[in-house]
Design a protein around this ligand. Structure first.
Ligand code: PHE
Ligand code: ZN
Ligand code: ZN
Length: 309
């Protein structure tokens, strides 16, 4: 039997062996993309790759930022989603970029759903596993789950740069859009989704009563009995803001946790990988519902904007 097959079939026994063999440590960090898109170990491995000390926390414009972007592009490339970089300089004059990848829908007039997460963090030994390797890993898991399908609406997967310097990448995108912003029916934001166990719930900010996404999330969460989902509430200071200002409704998934927020202890080992993968799956389910809904979401956006009033 080829070694790779044996590895796949024998995953659990091998993991036990690896745990006893310190020299195999590096190998255990390689993301396992053979697994299901929402496999907790695979999502955690993707976080570990982005929050690896070698990238030193992906500070905007740093070598680690470029290395992190290369990992994200490689993954989207492997999924056949042809990622493009949108280069820009952050406020300190350092070169960075947003990454954008499109999954075309069958109905070009039905609008666009964007799923985004910021890829940068603070750097200088702040590795940003939860903030925001977790969000990027969740976005990539959703891309994995949905690539190869043809949704009704176009889905754009986005990884924003320079969020930590003041949501600069998403603001740059809205100022210099590569798609028709008037066609965006929803923005799904993922920022810090790896610390569910801190409070025992995930916030879904922006889910105001009248908004179509709110009912879709209420329906979708029934399939996730292990998740307690906090509905409603306005959020600030993340990449949804630029979209909200344009009248685009958003849902922002976030697991609040002060303990290692912007501290050097925000490392992969602290994360609640099981719930992180479930949150990615819940967000992915919402993206599918939004992308395939028969409702006129463009009309709803025009009427209700991002606050549902
Ligand atoms: N966007 C903030 C950061 O990356 C975190 C944040 C989450 C802020 C939720 C407000 C609400 O540091
Ligand atoms: Zn963040
Ligand atoms: Zn942050």
């Amino acid at each position: 039997m080829p070694l790779v097959r044996w590895y796949r079939d024998m995953r659990w026994p091998l993991v036990l062996v690896l745990a006893l063999a310190p020299s195999a440590h590096a190998e255990s960090k390689v993301p396992d993309h053979e697994a299901s898109p929402y496999d907790a170990a695979a999502v955690k491995a993707q976080v570990a790759a982005l929050a690896d000390p070698a990238l030193d926390g992906r500070a905007s414009g740093s070598e680690g930022d470029a290395a992190g972007r290369a990992l994200i592009r490689a993954r989207l490339d492997a999924l056949g989603l042809s990622p493009k970089e949108q280069a820009f300089d952050d406020d300190a004059g350092h070169a960075t970029a947003n990454i954008l990848a499109t999954l075309p829908g069958s109905d070009a007039d039905a609008g666009i759903v964007i799923v985004g997460a910021h890829h940068d963090h603070l750097g200088h030994k702040h590795l940003g596993a939860n903030d925001n390797a977790s969000g990027v890993a969740a976005m990539l898991a959703i891309a994995d789950a949905l690539h190869g399908t043809q949704p009704r609406r176009t889905i754009v997967f986005a990884a924003w740069g320079a969020e930590e310097r003041g949501e600069e990448g998403s603001a740059y995108f809205v100022k210099h859009p590569t798609i028709d912003l008037d066609h965006v029916v929803e923005y799904i934001n993922l920022d810090m989704v790896g610390s569910y166990s801190a409070r025992g719930w995930v916030a879904a900010m922006g889910t105001f009563k009248k908004l179509p996404a709110t009912a879709m999330l209420e329906a979708g969460k029934k399939a996730f009995p292990r998740l307690s989902v906090g509905i409603g509430g306005r959020a600030e200071r993340s990449d949804h803001e630029a979209f909200c200002e344009q009248g685009v409704p958003y849902v922002f998934f976030w697991t609040p946790d002060d303990r290692c927020y912007h501290e050097t202890c925000d490392t992969t080992d602290k994360l609640d990988a099981a719930h992180m993968a479930q949150i990615a799956a819940l967000a992915g389910d919402l993206v599918s519902r939004l992308a395939n809904s028969k409702q006129d979401l463009l009309a709803s956006r025009a009427k209700l904007g991002c606050f549902g009033r």
